[in-house]
Design a binder for this molecule. Structure first.
Ligand SMILES: *Cc1c(COP(=O)(O)O)cnc(C)c1O
Length: 245
């Protein structure tokens, strides 16, 4: 490949990415207007799991500097390669206890806290207070991670014993086949739970944030109160994202 062709394909990719980012922003804006929310309250996490470090970095000039990975090894690898202090790193997937020591001091947010055993390991390994989302299995799917809504209050109480854990909010993943009505139901249930916990004014659990919504369902999530949306395929893959709207 000559440099010239290579260059034009890079330009093309950047243009394609720009189009995707603009469309994403537009859709978020519409959802925010629809629900009377401020755009400043919604943070996009670019989920980079489909792509390499170099391609991930192409979203930075568009102001997308929150990166999410669901695998520990991938996150560490990208972080090493990019060496970029401006990126805020989110571990959005499940974390095995044996991996805690490798990753916990490398990230800014952890989205999948769902057991006291994991909390204990974090307590042991963390060198600073870790911003955590408690993952809730709102839809009660058998094979999904997360605690049941009914257990949330007791779980929050027990977390007060850990000095390194700060519960910034709740996170959920909607079932892949949920329809719009079901999605609204799931996201609003998470919001109600989050508000109930926030109102308790727990020192270790301010619980002001809601991590919910992915490529397929982020507009509904924004309308229902999401403050962090986790967007992967819409930004980084070829095919249309099958947005429910
Ligand atoms: C992959 C992933 C996402 C992003 O999903 P898309 O549908 O590609 O936007 C969000 N959250 C978690 C936990 C993921 O694993």
């Amino acid at each position: 490949m000559t440099t010239k062709y290579h260059h034009s394909s890079v330009v093309q990719n950047v243009k394609m990415l720009a189009t995707r980012v603009l469309k994403l922003r537009d859709n978020i804006k519409q959802a925010a207007i629809q629900s009377g929310r401020s755009l400043d309250d919604i943070t996009v996490i670019a989920v980079t799991k489909y792509t390499d470090a170099k391609t991930s970095a192409e979203v930075l000039p568009f102001g997308l500097n929150h990166f999410g990975e669901n695998r520990v090894d991938e996150l560490i690898e990208k972080q090493k390669e990019l060496q970029d202090e401006t990126i805020t790193w989110h571990l959005i997937g499940t974390l095995q206890r044996r991996k805690v020591k490798e990753i916990i001091n490398q990230i800014d947010y952890f989205h999948a806290l769902d057991s006291l055993k994991l909390a204990s390991e974090i307590e042991k390994r963390a060198e600073k207070v870790i911003n955590c989302f408690v993952q809730i299995n709102i839809a009660k799917e058998a094979q999904k991670h997360g605690i049941m809504s009914e257990e949330a209050f007791e779980f929050m109480d027990k977390l007060s014993g850990f000095s390194k854990i700060r519960v910034v909010g709740l996170m959920t993943m909607a079932p892949i086949d949920a329809n719009e009505t079901q999605l609204r139901d799931i996201f609003s249930s998470l919001r109600i739970l989050q508000e109930q916990i926030r109102e308790k004014n727990l020192k270790h659990a301010p619980c002001t944030e809601l991590s919910m919504g992915m490529s397929r369902d982020f507009q509904i999530a924004v309308e229902e109160g999401a403050t962090f949306i986790r967007i992967g395929s819409t930004l980084f893959t070829e095919e249309s994202n099958g947005n429910i709207r």
